[in-house]
Design a protein around this ligand. Sequence first.
Ligand SMILES: O=P(O)(O)OC[C@H]1O[C@@H](O)[C@H](O)[C@@H](O)[C@@H]1O
Length: 238
Amino acid sequence: MDWDTVDAALFDLDGVLTPTAEVHMRAWEVMFSRFLQSLDEEHDPYTDEDYFAHVDGRPRYEGVAAFLESRGIELPHGDPSDAPDDQTVCGLGNRKNDVFLEILASEGIEVYPGSLKLLDHLREVGTSVAVVSSSRNAHQVLRTSGLSPRFSVVVDGMLAAQEQIPGKPRPDTFVYAAEQLGVDPARAVVIEDAVSGVQAGAAGGFAAVVGVDRGVGEQALIAAGATRVVTDLAELVR
Ligand SMILES: O=P(O)(O)OC[C@H]1O[C@@H](O)[C@H](O)[C@@H](O)[C@@H]1O
């Protein structure tokens, strides 16, 4: 990657810098499997395909709503302050969050070595960096993994909700991060592992959208608009 031709790299967090996409994935599976089993009517089990198609990369409650809609299940939306045992879209999202935080506390987080290598390289060559995550836990993940001091601009699920910035697959959170860095989107690269995130990058007029294949598959990332696909961020160190 020729970093001389761009001014900034906008990183998704979970699955791009840290292996926490997998933790989200497990937490969603635990919550949705229990939820489907608790219903009176029979439903096909929740699968990884459900995650990739409806939940991956999207803001918490939008992921819940998209999955429920795909199964024809209707629940009241509720409110983000709902308790985890409330039978609402927000309640289910918060129920998953309890599982996510439990796993995080017991297992900790290590940054992908290739991602650290790229961050070190960008610091050397003077390319600005930002984190753009749908997650409301992004600051906690950054703190726990030791990455916080490297990012002055973090656009996460909390900030997006507060500022009413539409989440991925819309491009707005990436565009907002570029603005915060004072960089023209046409001079910024988006780095994403989720289809919804790549779609967001492709819709935002960025210099490039790098898809990171952590299981979604190269073809799916290219179909979503990735201009290049890598399996490790060290491949982007020139
Ligand atoms: O529930 P949270 O922490 O706000 O996160 C929502 C989403 O955040 C993203 O970063 C993950 O890639 C998703 O898969 C996850 O569902």
